[in-house]
Design a protein around this ligand. Structure first.
Ligand code: PHE
Length: 383
């Protein structure tokens, strides 16, 4: 123990000497001791710095990825790192000692920083090489087949019909599927207890809210909101309490048509429908109007289209009729016009309602309506 030894020695001196000589000796020893301690401390710090440099160097050579490199950076250069710990001790040094030690510390820092940067470049290069190797693709291999969906036949034909009417200057109107009794029946001249309601029984949400049985309800919405001239079609879903079979479904689709203007006649109705059918089925297609009754049109007609199986002669497809029924139509009843605030002495109009499923079935020779709703891929993939 240096201090212990010194105490013993100085006590001995005290006994052996007295006066000034003794004090000189003591102060020399103290100075000498302090100087030696400082030198040792500086040597210690230098050694530590060298040790840090060596340790960093050794550890760096083992680093293989960016994460480890980051950990190493923190360990040596971070706020709580080895180098910072040494720098904190600089306060103990004198003004002459500090720059010397500072220079050494900086050298070590620069060394470590440069080594880390070099390693970083190396790692980035290796990672890129590994990625290039793992992501190599053989462009000569055949591709993986992606199965693409396609439009449902109902959508295909609906789009086609929309296209035809847009070309004739019609607009497309929309209306709610959950509807008031008023729009579905009453405003269409079907007051409560009208016998024609029986053929269109539906699903009631309340006594006066129901699932619409026909897109004709949209006629009323349009006429309430729009002044003539009116030229709209309105495709959409309708609902009826029908049992499912080859030609019936409780949910099906209609496309409503409505034209209201001055001087509209039955000839306009026939011309428009003929144009539609020729566009859908080819220029030789003929249509036939049969008298019928709808409460909201007067006069009313059912419209048949010539059977393509036999060109009107009669065959199995048309059950020997030569024609197939496709839609209902007629001149908008004056009561309906007036109910929507349109003066029936100035304006007249025609309306029609086309069953979309029937058109689709005819177009693709589909004999069972259920196929359109079962969503069987084997069926749908054919379109
Ligand atoms: N809405 C009628 C039905 O569903 C069809 C129709 C529409 C008839 C427009 C005449 C005018 O049967």
């Amino acid at each position: 123990m240096a201090l212990g030894k010194w105490v013993v020695t100085s006590k001995l001196c005290l006994v052996l000497f007295s006066g000034q000589g003794f004090f000189y000796a003591v102060s020399w020893r103290i100075k000498n001791y302090i100087r030696q301690r400082r030198e040792r401390m500086i040597d210690d710090m230098k050694e530590q710095l060298e040790a840090i440099r060596a340790e960093a160097d050794a550890e760096l050579s083992a680093v293989k990825d960016a994460k480890a490199l980051d950990a190493l950076r923190v360990k040596f250069l971070g706020k709580k790192g080895a180098l910072t710990a040494i720098l904190k001790q600089m306060g103990k040094l004198t003004a002459e000692e500090r720059p010397v030690m500072g220079q050494l510390a900086n050298e070590v820092r620069t060394f470590i920083e440069e080594a880390i940067a070099a390693k970083q470049t190396e790692i980035t290069r290796l990672e890129m090489q590994a990625r290039l190797a793992s992501e190599t693709i053989d462009v000569t291999l055949p591709g993986q087949k992606q199965s693409l969906g396609s439009l449902h036949p109902l959508a295909i034909v609906e789009n086609e019909i929309k296209e035809i009417f847009l070309g004739m200057g019609f607009e497309i109107a929309d209306g709610p599927e959950v509807e008031y009794d008023y729009y579905n029946f009453e405003a269409l001249n079907l007051p409560p207890d009208h016998p024609a309601r029986d053929t269109q029984d539906t699903f009631y949400i309340t006594d006066n809210i129901l699932l619409r049985t026909q897109t004709s309800s949209v006629q009323v919405h349009v006429m309430e909101n729009q002044k003539p001239p009116i030229r709209v079609i309105s495709p959409g879903r309708v609902f009826r309490s029908d049992a499912v079979d080859a030609t019936h479904s409780p949910l099906f689709h209609q496309i409503e048509g409505l034209v209201v203007d001055k001087g509209i006649t039955m000839a306009d109705l026939k011309g428009t429908l003929e144009m539609l059918m020729k566009r859908l089925y080819g220029p030789d297609c003929k249509i036939r109007l049969r008298p019928h009754h709808f409460p909201f049109t007067e006069p009313s007609a059912e419209v048949d289209v010539m059977c393509f199986g036999c060109m009107g002669k009669g065959c199995r497809i048309c059950k020997n009729e030569g024609y197939i029924e496709l839609l209902g139509a007629g001149m908008v009843h004056p009561k309906v016009l007036e109910g929507c605030g349109i003066d029936s002495s100035v304006y007249s109009g025609f309306a029609f309602g086309l069953g979309l499923e029937r058109v689709v079935m005819r177009r693709y020779n589909i004999s069972d309506m259920r196929l359109l709703f079962e969503n069987d891929y084997r069926f749908l993939e054919q379109f």
